[in-house]
Design a protein around this ligand. Structure first.
Ligand code: SF4
Length: 347
């Protein structure tokens, strides 16, 4: 298959998210390329939000290269509060030529930002020295992506992506460097890839290669990308899959959630409380709780994460009543926060 590169300059490289999500915890992302040679059929990046007006069928044959990604990253990180950034793209043959991801890691290291990497490519190991340095300086979390470890499914759904065994070897090498590493099982493929033995084998392989967590969910469908996925997706039961993954993770003694980087400083404990509240959101999703209940926890998580008020200090001086007076924190959530703070070792 022919591959073309289109070089261009962009005005901005860092995406700043309004809220962190409860899966990957990154506040920022910055990617030097658009399009991907791996051409996974389920990839949500085929959608118009990523490709704009470009023909989605060129997703895996035309790679747009943001040639000024590194200089922009240096400029923009200098103005931002350090928090987890998802930066780089190693699954691009373009990286061998342009080396933008490597240069971006150097900037992340220079500005002392913690780093999230979600990858399929062994090319990541080229930069193991920098990942190690960032990890020692702040924090690195790596997720190797799999839809599962079945080679036949891989060939059908990820025609050009790196091999599964190779990905597992990367995981082992990262774990040896004490970098926290796990697997992104996103998406678990409905019907063909969601049976228990298949997921069990995947989680066991993650555990055997030094992974300590998995993040698993179903498909995200967006515009044309939906045409590349299964029509039977409506029968997919996300909550049942989540519960199955949880049970299998418990069996293999790993977590079904990625740990969060909470950092240091006065508001670090706020981030840990927000992590607990986001975990609660996931529990409620698994339990198929009502939407208002779910949103109450989600909004409380966002408030705690983003406020400049020190939640622990409020609890210390005003008790649970002080927590209840905060926007969006009702008696039930206040009691839970009080419980976590009373038992927290991070004070
Ligand atoms: S490797 Fe990742 S970015 Fe590339 S097509 Fe597959 S899912 Fe999309």
């Amino acid at each position: 298959m022919n591959l073309a590169f289109h070089e261009y300059r962009v005005k901005k490289i860092v995406n700043v998210y309004k809220h962190v999500d409860g899966w990957f915890w990154n506040k920022y992302s910055a990617h030097p390329y658009i399009g991907c040679r791996s051409g996974c059929e389920f990839c949500y990046l085929r959608g118009t939000r990523n490709l704009g007006k470009r023909d989605p069928e060129t997703f895996d044959t035309l790679i747009q290269v943001k040639t000024n990604a590194v200089e922009l990253l240096r400029k923009e990180l200098g103005r931002l509060q350090p928090d987890v950034i998802n930066a780089g793209d190693w699954q691009q043959p373009a990286e061998e030529k342009y080396r933008l991801s490597r240069a971006m890691l150097e900037v992340v290291h220079e500005f002392k930002f913690p780093l999230l990497v979600i990858e399929r490519s062994p090319f990541l190991l080229r930069d193991l020295d920098l990942l190690d340095a960032i990890n020692k300086q702040t924090w690195v979390g790596v997720l190797l992506s799999f839809s599962n470890v079945d080679e036949k499914l891989k060939r059908a759904f990820e025609p050009h992506s790196p091999g599964i065994q190779r990905r597992l070897q990367i995981m082992a090498q990262l774990a040896q460097k004490n970098i926290r590493v796990g697997a992104s099982l996103m998406p678990i493929l409905p019907i063909v890839g969601d049976d228990e033995p298949c997921i069990d084998e995947t989680i066991r392989a993650v555990k055997d290669h030094g992974g300590t967590f998995v993040a698993a969910s179903g498909l995200t469908l967006d515009g044309v990308q939906a045409q590349h996925t299964l029509a039977a997706v409506e029968t997919y039961d996300a909550s049942a899959i989540g519960l199955m993954v949880r049970e299998l993770c418990a069996k293999h003694a790993i977590s079904d959630r990625m740990p969060r980087y909470c950092g240091a400083g006065a508001l670090a404990l706020n981030k840990c409380i927000a992590e607990q509240l986001h975990r609660q959101v996931y529990e409620l999703e698994l339990a198929r709780a009502s939407t208002p209940r779910l949103w109450a926890y989600r909004q409380a998580a966002w408030y705690v994460d983003e406020t400049n008020e020190n939640i622990a200090a409020i609890f210390e001086t005003q008790g649970e009543a002080g927590l209840r007076a905060l926007p969006g924190i009702g008696p039930r959530i206040a009691a839970e926060i009080a419980g976590w703070l009373s038992t927290s070792t991070r004070k």
